[in-house]
Design a protein. Structure first.
Lengths: 213, 213
DNA sequence: ATCGCAAAAATCGTATACAATAATTGCCGG
DNA sequence: CCGGCAATTATTGTATACGATTTTTGCGAT
């Protein structure tokens, strides 16, 4: 859904209220549909719903941020290993395209889009590993990581990322499970180390502006 | 929700149709509420929704069954380790109560209830580990495991289970992370080994009967 | 008797209307 | 001038109504 993308691309920020009427107006759909979408997003941890108060973009706590990366540390290295065992040339090609897109987005200054693509790289690896169940979990974790990054990221440059992804791609191309597992583990540690896990409160702008701008 | 419990206790079986009107009648609520619940259950993999056809209790394929246990194998041993590091006497007491209830349910011939309690034992361990994110994943996996068991279980006796849970409880009581991790790993392997992962098609009885009986 | 097609019934998807709850505003008293 | 209470406004929760799609049923032809 487009609202999910807006969250992934940091066009709507944690804490922002997602009024049912307002979202419905923006997308030209009824509240029924909006409610469905919001509840689905709540299930993935992207929004929190407070009874009789409405839906808000989730603001992961520091503890939750750590939990997300701990869960990723349990799931992704092993998944990268399995992916390296199974990766075909077609898979490698798809991942290459992903990285290319990611670079282009960065070059065009679209940091939000680049972040979203960077996340889908991880999801694609789970798909290559042929683990749909784990893939769904990783998708959730990547989504929530995006919120964590919106809240706790220190640097503004995401250059380090692309290097790690390149190295992972190489390991998959060589069908080298050990390398893939280690690289993924290191990559996650790197990501976590670049977070500033202290309390901050993000600013909340206008929803309509963020979606239409 | 009560419908979720009915699935966990094998009172409604995989493949059974969950008509919105019928479920609404049984519980005395509107279709709106039923739809919310069904969509939530679909998100957890308990039911599958086919557009314009309705919701059905999910029938995990053999591949999906394997995936569920592979995911559990990635998450639960580490979680048991963490739980063993943190377990307090109160935690141990809660788990003991769980096992007692489980035994009583078995003694009373309520196999479905015993199965549900056996699942909540695993979830409780994640709670003790203080990992809410992973806890939510394990909850999903336990739910889906219940469906897998309904479809692929061979023996009718679940006695082996209680022994494994006892041993795990001991490891937690002794705050022995290594033992907890190994025991959990072995427990999951045992569970998987008792499944007959060949295609079967379960019989589907009447919904209203199953819920009200 | 069986297959195919058409009409009827049932069921789901979406929109809208009404009720319940929370947030806001304005007023009054201190 | 400030704080608290009441009425108003806004927003969500739930039910219901209508349209779309699918499934079933019944009839007729082969």
């Amino acid at each position: 859904m487009r609202l999910t993308e807006a969250v992934h691309e940091h066009r709507v920020l944690p804490g922002m209220k997602l009024s049912e009427d307002e979202v419905g107006d923006v997308f030209g759909v009824s509240r029924t549909i909006v409610r469905q979408a919001l509840r689905a997003m709540a299930h993935e941890g992207l929004v929190t719903i407070e009874r009789n108060r409405g839906a808000f973009v989730a603001k992961p706590s520091v503890k939750e941020a750590r939990e997300v990366f701990e869960a990723r540390a349990l799931l992704e290295p092993q998944t990268a290993r399995a992916a390296a065992e199974r990766a075909t040339p077609e898979d490698v090609q798809i991942l290459e395209a992903h990285i290319t897109e990611e670079h282009r987005a960065l070059a065009e200054g679209k940091a939000g889009l680049a972040l979203k693509l960077s996340g889908s790289f991880h999801i694609e690896i789970a798909r290559i590993a042929d683990q749909r169940t784990i893939e769904a979990f990783i998708q959730q974790l990547v989504s929530r990581s995006s919120l964590v990054i919106a809240l706790y990221w220190q640097r503004r440059n995401a250059l380090c990322e692309s290097h790690a992804h390149h190295a992972l791609l190489d390991a998959l191309r060589r069908n080298d499970p050990d390398a893939a597992e280690d690289l993924m583990k290191g990559h996650l540690v790197d990501l976590l180390s670049q977070l500033n896990l202290r309390e901050t409160q993000g600013s909340v702008a206008s929803l309509r502006e963020a979606l239409l701008g």
